[in-house]
Design a protein around this ligand. Structure first.
Ligand code: VG1
Ligand code: CO
Length: 543
């Protein structure tokens, strides 16, 4: 095998964000952009000589080309084996599973997750460590440092490999093992859930609709929900991964999964609806006429997970990201479970999961997962919901009503202002920071500020410190507004405003969240000057 040492120089802007490096696809396709970043990953993890890696992606535009480059670089640099999903596909949770199950040295996932795909949209690359989880900051910092000093990379000179057939191929001394992307994952799901109970529910006339949003979960959902569990053919829609996700945003929220929302809110709707994102780690849960906020979903799952065989022993503890609502905290308090609050991004759950301190974790952005892998897992959440519904015999809306009656309700909504001017967004955040000392005690839209600060996290397992993780304004009576700038966008800045209020009045459990939160929304705008500073009369997305 011929190898080539290519001279290069640092390319600016290769700092990994909340979840890997995301850029416009055309930027990733520029000469040496992908190669520089891959080389920096290899450098950041101490080289790949003698190592085994996993490789897969969500099938977006450039996924296939990038896979060939990564394989050539790994072969030239002495990796012994790369386990690749067939056609270079692997959902993020499936990749996490293979990394763990095969005891590898980590993996590279090609995905920009919920960001749209295509030549004019986004591409991304993330590295997961041997525990199967997203690289922690200490590793992404090393990768970023490497991007700033890179001088060359080694790459093999070969034909493209055929990744369409399961089996082994030699690339020089390296073995490329092409695997069925679904098989191991399906087996893992079967070990956690009562497939007979779910199959029984589906046989009894319980109808489901799963929208794979033209992304990677399609083949997984078909194989598990339709083929193994017997959901009616056609229950999984938009099931064939497409390079541009059918022209849509593969983001499972009420805006981007509009068709599914419409279907679930019409007369004669299916009993259960769900959608997942580009790389299969997020989920949206719906019932007939019911939308479950991700924060509530986490709380309901925490309260009922023991009904599924994989969690019958109970939970070690739970964790949520800071902007996620406190609904799960109420469950933890009632059940005597430890509850941790982490910064946004799944990488912060890894240590808690590895240390056995928590079993279930979740984020308000529609990510829920457990210690079965080290990523959030969309289909897992769907199966846990179905298992719980099969055991309890309740509908999704009954589950919610019962949950709120028992634990109280945290009204919750996230407002996103996308692609706003970066300088204005940063000025908005700095303006908030400058008011921390003066806000407490002042009232806005009838709400009195009780506290104002910026969240920082000290990891209880390894002691690492992460600052600047979101601005929190707490109001008297328990409501709050949180402000963050997204770390996954590729254009300008995305301002996320997280709004929450607590409700314990049994008569007030069924209000529209935007109405119930109207005062908090108005107070957040009055304090931060959102409309004025962004020039946007309204958010682009409300979840
Ligand atoms: C967003 C979400 C965060 C999630 C991250 C990666 O990050 O808010 O909760 O972990 O995306 O999810 P940000 O920095 O844009 O708010 V995925 O499924 O897009 O990899
Ligand atoms: Co994702």
């Amino acid at each position: 095998m011929e190898t080539l040492t290519v001279q290069t120089q640092p390319i600016e802007g290769q700092k990994p964000g909340t979840s890997g490096l995301r850029k416009k696809t055309r930027v990733f396709m520029e000469p040496r952009f992908l190669e520089n970043f891959i080389q920096s990953i290899f450098t950041g993890i101490g080289g790949v000589a003698g190592k085994t890696l996993v490789l897969g992606g969500d099938g977006r535009y450039f996924n296939d080309r990038a896979a060939q480059v990564i394989l050539r670089m790994a072969a030239a640099q002495g990796a012994v084996r790369v386990i690749v999903g067939q056609n270079a596909l692997l959902s993020t949770p499936a990749a996490s599973n293979v990394i763990r199950k095969r005891k590898t040295d980590g993996g590279i996932i090609m995905s920009a997750s919920h960001n749209p795909g295509g030549p004019d949209e986004d591409f991304g690359v993330k590295f997961n460590t041997p525990n199967g989880g997203p690289a922690p900051e200490e590793v992404t910092d090393r990768i970023f440092e490497a991007t700033k000093v890179i001088e060359c990379y080694d790459i093999a000179v070969t034909e493209d490999l055929d990744l369409s057939t399961v089996g082994e191929i030699k690339l020089g001394d390296m073995v490329v093992e092409v695997v069925d992307p679904v098989a191991d994952y399906a087996e893992l799901m079967e070990s956690l859930f009562d497939f007979d109970a779910i199959a029984g529910l589906l046989k009894s006339g319980f109808r489901i609709r799963f929208d794979a949003m033209h992304a990677v979960t399609g083949p997984y959902a078909r194989a598990i929900l339709e083929d193994r569990l017997g959901a009616a053919a056609g229950s999984v829609i938009n099931a064939v991964p497409s390079p541009d996700f059918g022209g849509g945003h593969p983001d499972p929220n009420p805006i981007w999964a509009k068709d599914l929302m419409r279907e679930m809110f019409r007369a004669g709707a299916p009993d259960f609806g769900a959608a997942s994102d580009g790389d299969g780690d997020r989920n949206m849960i719906l019932g007939a006429g019911a939308y479950v906020t991700p924060s509530d979903s986490l709380a309901v799952l925490a309260a009922n997970a023991h009904l599924a065989p994989g969690y019958a022993r109970g939970l070690a503890g739970v964790a949520r990201s800071m902007p996620t609502s406190g609904a799960v905290d109420r469950v933890a308090a009632a059940r005597g479970l430890d509850c941790y609050e982490t910064p946004t991004g799944w990488k912060f759950f890894g240590n808690l999961l590895d240390a056995g301190r928590v079993t279930l974790c979740g984020e308000e952005s529609a990510g829920t997962g457990s210690d079965h892998v080290r990523e959030k897992d969309g289909l897992w959440a769907v199966l846990l919901w179905l298992n719980i519904l099969a055991v309890t015999g309740r509908s999704v809306s009954q589950m919610l009503a019962d949950h709120w009656a028992e634990f109280g309700r945290n009204y919750y909504s996230r407002h996103d202002y996308e692609g706003v001017d970066k300088a204005s967004a940063e000025a908005l955040m700095n303006n908030l920071r400058s008011q921390f000392a003066t806000l407490p005690g002042r009232s806005f839209a009838g709400k009195t500020v009780a506290s104002a600060d910026e969240f920082a996290y000290d990891d209880p397992v390894d002691g690492s410190h992460s600052a600047g993780q979101g601005i929190r304004i707490g109001f008297e009576g328990g409501g709050r507004a949180v402000f963050r700038l997204s770390g996954t966008g590729t254009v300008g800045a995305t301002l996320r405003v997280y709004l929450e209020d607590v409700c314990e009045d049994p008569e007030a459990m069924n209000r529209d969240p935007q109405e119930a939160l109207a005062d908090i929304i108005a107070a957040a705008d009055a304090i931060a000057g959102i409309r004025e500073r962004t020039g946007r009369p309204e958010p682009d997305v409300r979840t």
